[in-house]
Design a protein around this ligand. Structure first.
Ligand SMILES: Cc1cc2nc3c(=O)[nH]c(=O)nc-3n(C[C@H](O)[C@H](O)[C@H](O)COP(=O)(O)OP(=O)(O)OC[C@H]3O[C@@H](n4cnc5c(N)ncnc54)[C@H](O)[C@@H]3O)c2cc1C
Length: 368
């Protein structure tokens, strides 16, 4: 989840003193819950015909939907645009729907998004918002070796496309430093629990484009913990990024229609005869796709601190300072956390616990 791999030793860059997070339970202003649409074989990106309508599936991106969206959308768009349709429909207005719609538009089609909910109400809006392209994306044993190549193409395309959203007003996308802090001088990550599934990890394939993290010496580190690494990670400020995507789509002539579909056959009633299908977790019900497993994830939101310009990962808790709130999230239990759990009800005790772990870390290790 944290995207920090062991890399080159620190080169002794002096740090200015960062600000501490105000990790206090009474600063939690929201708790959100969302389900990762996990498929052991990896996302479903393929065509299916229903009557005279070509459906191009683009769903099942686990914990990597934002990160892979542009790459996955490119694969789906290439299938959809093969016969150069003038009009394309997109089902869904989450991370995958909005990016696929934008790509089809850029490829020359008139695009209408049909969705029950628009981005601020979709599950996508409740994501952490970091570059995590291989977070719960597949199982190695099920996806097979060829999926690694497909993943790499998606990750490289996405990474490159995100470049277009850096440096814009509102900071939809930005780079931030993350600190990985450990009580263990070796910095070894906690072992996966017994019986954990073989979640696929491919980050080594794109090591040439993603910045490397480095261990900090005691002099360089703002934390006094026995082990501290620092690495830069791309971050999506989803409130602004989502607004940017929606606005750009509408400005380029895109249309949005609020509509709920109850069966795949209803898609054949649309005027568009090519549909890119991006329903996310809802594909389990709409397409009766039982290959989708829910993986529950919860975020406690602390009041934003504009002066806090970094993230921290400690003892199974992530803190990410976004413009629209400070993410506090537990990943205790590793990739198996929330696996098979479809409860979308907030757990206040979980949020309080995550805040107290982070507060304890600052109390113990913050240099001040
Ligand atoms: C806690 C948590 C943290 C995460 N953090 C990250 C992260 O940091 N980085 C990352 O890359 N990914 C992250 N993810 C994963 C990411 O959020 C998902 O992969 C992504 O949101 C899936 O997007 P989607 O567009 O496929 O689905 P959704 O966001 O669910 O959108 C589905 C769309 O389809 C529409 N729809 C569905 N069914 C119908 C229907 N029957 N009729 C009409 N419309 C319909 C919905 O209204 C909606 O518009 C996280 C997930 C969770 C749960």
């Amino acid at each position: 989840m944290n995207g920090m791999s062991k890399g080159a030793p620190s080169v002794g860059v002096a740090l200015r003193s960062p600000a501490p997070v105000r990790a206090e339970s009474d600063r939690i202003f929201d708790i959100t819950v969302c389900l990762r649409p996990f498929r052991a074989a990896g996302p479903r990106i393929e065509a299916e015909r229903i009557g005279d309508t070509l459906i191009v599936h683009n769903y099942g991106h686990g914990g990597s939907g934002w990160s892979l969206s542009w790459g996955s959308g490119t694969l789906a768009m290439e299938i959809a645009m093969a016969d150069s349709p003038t009009e394309v429909a997109v089902l869904g207005c989450g991370a995958l729907g909005l990016t696929a719609a934008t790509l089809a538009q850029r490829a020359g089609a008139k695009v209408t998004i049909y969705a029950k909910d628009l981005l601020p109400q979709t599950r996508s809006s409740r994501a952490t918002g970091s570059w995590t392209p291989d977070s719960r994306i597949a199982l190695t044993s099920v996806a097979g070796p060829q999926f690694g190549d497909k993943w790499e193409r998606m990750a490289r395309t996405s990474f490159k496309t995100y470049r277009q959203y850096l440096g814009l007003p509102g900071t939809p996308v930005e780079w931030r430093d993350n600190y990985f802090i450990s009580d263990d001088p070796s910095g070894s990550p906690a072992p996966e629990p017994a019986g954990a599934l073989d979640f696929a990890h491919y980050s080594d394939r794109i090591a040439d484009i993603v910045p490397r993290s480095a261990r900090l010496s005691a002099v360089e580190s703002p934390f006094t913990a026995p082990y501290v690494r620092r690495g830069a990670q791309m971050q999506f400020n989803i409130a602004d990024y989502g607004h940017t995507l929606l606005t750009d789509f509408l400005l380029a002539g895109g249309k949005i229609e609020r509509r709920e579909f109850h069966a795949p056959a209803e898609l054949t009633t649309l005027k568009e005869k090519v549909v890119i299908n991006c329903p996310g977790y809802a594909a389990r019900a709409l397409w009766n796709d039982q290959s989708i497993t829910p993986v529950r994830g919860q975020i406690g939101w602390l009041v934003p601190q504009p002066e806090l310009d970094y993230g921290a990962i400690y003892n199974g808790i992530i803190m990410l300072s976004r413009r629209d709130g400070i993410v506090i999230q537990s990943f205790e239990g590793g990739d198996m956390r929330g696996y098979g759990d479809d409860h979308e009800v907030p757990d206040h005790a979980e949020a309080d616990h995550a805040v107290s772990v982070m507060a304890g870390m600052y109390k113990r290790y913050w240099r001040g």
